[in-house]
Design a protein around this ligand. Structure first.
Ligand code: ATP
Ligand code: MG
Length: 286
């Protein structure tokens, strides 16, 4: 490969994606470099998941270019993305709740010795040491993964991606379902992954989660990039303000809703008034 060493790990330029008549993304650009956290922010339906599905190899983009370390790619499957070192952690983690933590850590990539027997000792100790290296202190890697909190499970998934050689880590709303404390724990591991030199792409709709850990911010609104800023170019308040573009739409929807309710109420009142003979147009209420 002759890809440029200076090229960012992941670069999307002018990417567009349609689902039939729905334009999910239009002319979106993003760069994620090694040792940086790139945050993708946007409200519901903004196109965040569509964007990461393209990076993860689940969907193909219709327009624009997608480069990995300077080389143009178009993935046919998540396997292609993994082969290029791009690992994706989805919010609904594919774990087997009753299986031990170490078993989930190695799921699909089990270490075997002769005759196909699993090397359980190796997998246990590797899981323990990899989690420790990320600063995750688990009492017992034999406990079922289902007994861990949502935040801890996200952390195990992150450690797993790091162990299996990911160079870019894509996280789809890893903090969305978590309380304040657990979200803080996951944010700490995002920073750990960055310190280990990964390019982290962190999807969230929460500017308060993005701002402390992010180096760059891409804000999506209805499929378009409406801002791309390095951290020193934007304050937390400005970031929150940009996100509030979505909140304004929500407010509008509420107002429309309220006026629809209002219209219905007004119509009902008019009818009542008519039935009671309180209007000029009488004679038709029989
Ligand atoms: N498979 C699909 N088929 C048709 N339309 C889709 C499909 N997936 C997404 N869309 C549409 O594309 C747009 C972007 O959706 P996407 O899931 O990428 O948004 P999102 O930012 O991830 O939203 P959320 O915060 O709700 O997860 C939405 O209008 C959505 O309805
Ligand atoms: Mg989504």
């Amino acid at each position: 490969m002759t890809s440029g060493t200076d090229a960012p790990l992941v670069r999307l330029t002018g990417v567009g994606k349609n689902y039939g008549a729905v334009i999910a993304l239009r002319d979106v650009s993003l760069e994620a470099a090694a040792g940086e956290v790139t945050c993708v922010l946007g409200d519901n339906g903004a196109g965040k998941s569509t964007l990461i599905k393209i990076i993860a190899g689940l969907h193909r983009h219709d327009t624009g270019t997608f480069e990995v370390r300077g080389e143009e790619v178009s993935f046919a499957s998540p396997r292609d993305a993994l082969d290029r070192g791009i690992a994706t952690v989805y919010q609904d983690l594919a774990v087997v709740p009753l299986m031990p933590v170490w078993r989930n850590f190695f799921l699909g990539s089990e270490k075997r010795r002769g005759f196909g027997r699993m090397d359980i000792g190796f997998m246990r100790s590797t899981t323990r040491s990899e989690l420790a290296a990320m600063g995750i202190d688990l009492r017992d890697v034999d406990q079922p993964i289902g007994t861990l909190s949502g935040g801890e499970r996200q952390c195990v998934a992150i450690a797993r991606a790091v162990h299996f050689g990911a160079r870019a880590l894509v996280l789809d709303e890893p903090t969305a379902a978590l309380g304040v404390k657990q979200a803080g724990v996951v944010l700490r591991y995002i920073v750990q992954a960055r310190e280990r030199g990964l390019a982290v792409i962190f999807i969230t709709h929460n500017p308060h989660h993005a701002y402390p850990v992010g180096d760059r911010f891409l804000i999506l609104n209805r499929g378009r990039g409406i801002g791309h800023h390095a951290k020193d170019e934007i304050t937390r308040d400005e970031l929150t303000g940009l996100m509030a573009g979505g909140a304004e739409l929500e407010q509008l929807a509420h107002e429309l809703d309220a006026s629809a309710t209002g219209r219905a109420a007004a119509a009902a009142m008019t009818k009542d008034a008519k039935d009671l003979g309180m209007t000029a147009e009488d004679g038709d209420g029989l």
